[in-house]
Design a binder for this molecule. Structure first.
Ligand code: ADP
Ligand code: KDG
Length: 320
């Protein structure tokens, strides 16, 4: 049985094969990506069963999404839409070291997700529901789905985690604040970058957050919520039960940092389910995030339990 339930949009991902302006005839690779399924794959690779609720179109990209998730051992509760297409993103690197992502997702099959997708059986045996701030930005009905899923989880005694994942192409900062503040009282574990967590603070609170420790404390709901700050190459910090902890990043030479946050979240949530200490949670998450930076894919570099142990043990990369 899956221990984690997640829901959201997963798209086809067309990645240009060469650096420079995208032009006709350029090579590309087709894969898939979506913040929530990136986390589900990360969990599955760490040995934690995950179930994904979503919608795809009745098309080749939709089939590729489902096949890739199946191959990664993610359980599926996916609906196929006969009318709307699966969304798509195009990732290009116009100058070395920088990626640009364009979305082709408005009116997608996933944007038509609604609370009708929810069935009580989905929560059976589940310990955690993982959500992101992307889904409520897709459409009114997707926002309702996210809210209702969180309410249902709470009713079933299932913990709720939320990664802010602010996407400026989907909604404005003010819309995001309003949409996510409505969800916040239902969230037990909150993840975000500095700007994303700051976005959630009330205008009055914002003057009081002198440093990261104060920022996390202001969102901790008097200690009942665990708040986790992702700091890129500076690692991460957390606030849990009134205590603030920090952990440095693992030094790596990043190839592409997109998806590092999702691998980080998978590593962190796995440690939460294993009831590990606050510092161990951050360390495992940082290791997963660092490993994900070593691969150009959004989820391909997220580690298996074996890769993670080898990395943390500092094993010689060459085995003979
Ligand atoms: P997001 O992908 O959500 O924007 P970050 O860029 O903060 O999030 O990355 C998430 C985590 O991945 C970081 O907290 C860190 O653990 C790891 N990470 C990201 N970039 C690097 C890097 N350059 N070197 C080492 N670890 C990194
Ligand atoms: O977190 C990585 C995601 O950005 C990516 O896989 C696609 O879900 C995605 C999004 O909406 O940006």
């Amino acid at each position: 049985r899956p221990r984690v339930l997640t829901l959201g949009e997963t798209m086809g991902l067309v990645r240009a094969g060469e650096t420079g302006p995208l032009r006709a005839g350029a090579s590309a690779r087709i894969t898939i990506g979506g913040a929530e399924t990136n986390v589900a794959i990360g969990l599955s690779r760490l040995g934690i069963g995950a179930l994904w609720l979503g919608r795809v179109g009745d098309d080749a990209i939709g089939e590729a999404v489902l096949a890739a998730l199946r191959a990664e051992g993610v359980e599926l509760a996916a609906e196929v839409d006969g009318e709307r297409p699966t969304g798509l993103m195009v990732k290009e690197s116009r100058v070395p070291g920088a990626s640009r992502v364009s979305y082709y997702r408005s009116g997608s099959a996933a944007s038509a997700m609604s609370p009708e997708l929810l069935r009580p059986e989905l929560f059976e045996g589940v310990e955690l529901l993982h959500l992101t701030g992307i889904t409520p930005a897709l459409s009114r009905t997707s926002a309702d789905l996210v809210h209702e899923a969180a309410v249902t989880a709470r009713e079933h005694g299932v913990r709720v985690s939320l990664d802010v994942n602010y996407r400026s192409t989907l909604w404005s900062v003010d819309e995001a604040r309003e949409g996510l503040q409505r969800l916040l009282p239902l969230v037990d574990v909150l993840f975000g970058g500095h700007g994303e967590l700051f976005l959630l603070c009330d205008r009055t609170d914002r003057h009081h957050v002198a440093d990261d420790s104060a920022l996390l404390a202001s969102l901790a709901d008097a200690g009942s919520r665990e708040v986790v700050l992702k700091r890129g190459d500076a690692g991460a910090a957390s606030h849990r039960d009134g205590a603030y902890e920090e952990a440095a990043a693992f030094p790596v030479e990043p190839v592409d940092t997109v998806g590092a946050g999702d691998a980080f979240v998978a590593g962190y949530l796995a440690a939460v389910l294993e009831s590990r200490s606050p510092v161990e949670r951050l360390r495992q998450a940082n290791a997963c995030g660092a490993l994900a930076c070593l691969n150009t894919g959004d989820w391909e570099g997220t580690p298996t339990r074996r890769d993670l142990s080898a990395f943390l043990d500092g094993a010689d990369p060459v085995v003979r």
